[in-house]
Ligand binder design. Structure first.
Ligand code: IPE
Ligand code: IPE
Ligand code: MG
Length: 252
């Protein structure tokens, strides 16, 4: 199933965001503040993922997308990169059975070809095993970049339509890495920075943005609720005026 883009059609709005996308930032600073090595922050970050996944299930969120490793994160010191890879492997080994039991579908998007063979096999196995689960779709963005996503989609679209010109947005959308999900309703970035860092560039066109100083390892159900409350207070106009929205509400 493909979803209409928010720039083309007006999506339905509900009080609980259907799709939440998060840049999980601040692990390193969380650890440094406690005189711990940065890796301790990443370990604690995995625990935060667990509690936010649970909270999303309870609240009826349908899609949760987590930025775990960006295409730029290879620039980090080699030992931090390899530790992050090892954490990814252990998290998959430990969590997939539980996710499956909880009816969670796991997806991993990004340029996975750069990961070692063992990790690639684990990812493929986890996706296969959970493919028919429907309660919550958790997407992990790994070696993901928003520009990479757009470029790989353009390449696939061109390959599927040799010689064609004059493409529309609708024609590109099915080739984006997250074509199976509606666009995010709510974007959250923890850790205090207010930037997108090459996350979902195409898909965030009309997403509500929420930034918090809370470091990712401290982010929990209460913090998630604060973000959802902020989201509820927004008026999502999708190009229309407030007056139009009031008229529409009266009519429905
Ligand atoms: C986010 O935390 C996790 C990854 C990028 C893998 P950081 O490691 O970026 O933490 P800070 O920003 O240095 O505190
Ligand atoms: C963004 O965090 C990527 C992830 C959370 C995986 P970074 O901490 O790498 O972002 P920048 O480079 O500071 O913007
Ligand atoms: Mg950071």
């Amino acid at each position: 199933m493909t979803h209409l883009s928010s720039t083309q059609a007006v999506p339905e709005i509900s009080s609980v965001p259907r799709h939440i996308a998060i840049i999980m930032d601040g692990n390193g600073r969380w650890a440094t503040k406690r005189f711990l090595p940065r890796v301790a922050g990443h370990g604690k970050g995995v625990e935060a993922v667990r509690s936010v996944v649970e909270a999303c299930i309870v609240r009826g969120v349908e899609y949760l997308t987590l930025f775990a490793f960006s295409s730029e994160n290879w620039r980090r010191p080699a030992d931090e990169v390899s530790l992050l890879m090892r954490l990814f492997v252990t998290a998959l080994e430990r969590e997939v059975a539980k996710m499956h039991a909880n009816d969670i579908r796991l997806k991993v998007i990004g340029d996975l070809s750069r990961f070692d063979a063992n990790l690639q096999t684990l990812i493929a196995g986890a996706e296969r095993r959970t493919a028919n689960n429907r309660r919550l779709t958790v997407t992990i963005c790994a070696n993901y970049g928003g520009r990479w996503d757009i470029m790989q989609a353009v390449e696939k679209m061109l390959a599927a339509n040799p010689g064609a010109t004059g493409f529309s947005e609708d024609q590109l959308a099915p080739y984006l890495a997250m074509a199976y999900a509606p666009e995010p309703d709510l974007f959250i970035r923890t850790g205090g920075e207010e930037r997108i860092s090459n996350f979902l560039l195409w898909q965030l066109a009309y997403t509500e943005l929420y930034f918090t100083d809370t470091y990712w390892p401290d982010f929990d159900a209460v913090a998630l609720d604060a973000a959802i409350i902020s989201y509820r207070e927004r008026e999502r106009r999708f190009g229309r005026t407030s007056e139009q929205l009031i008229e529409q509400k009266k009519a429905s």
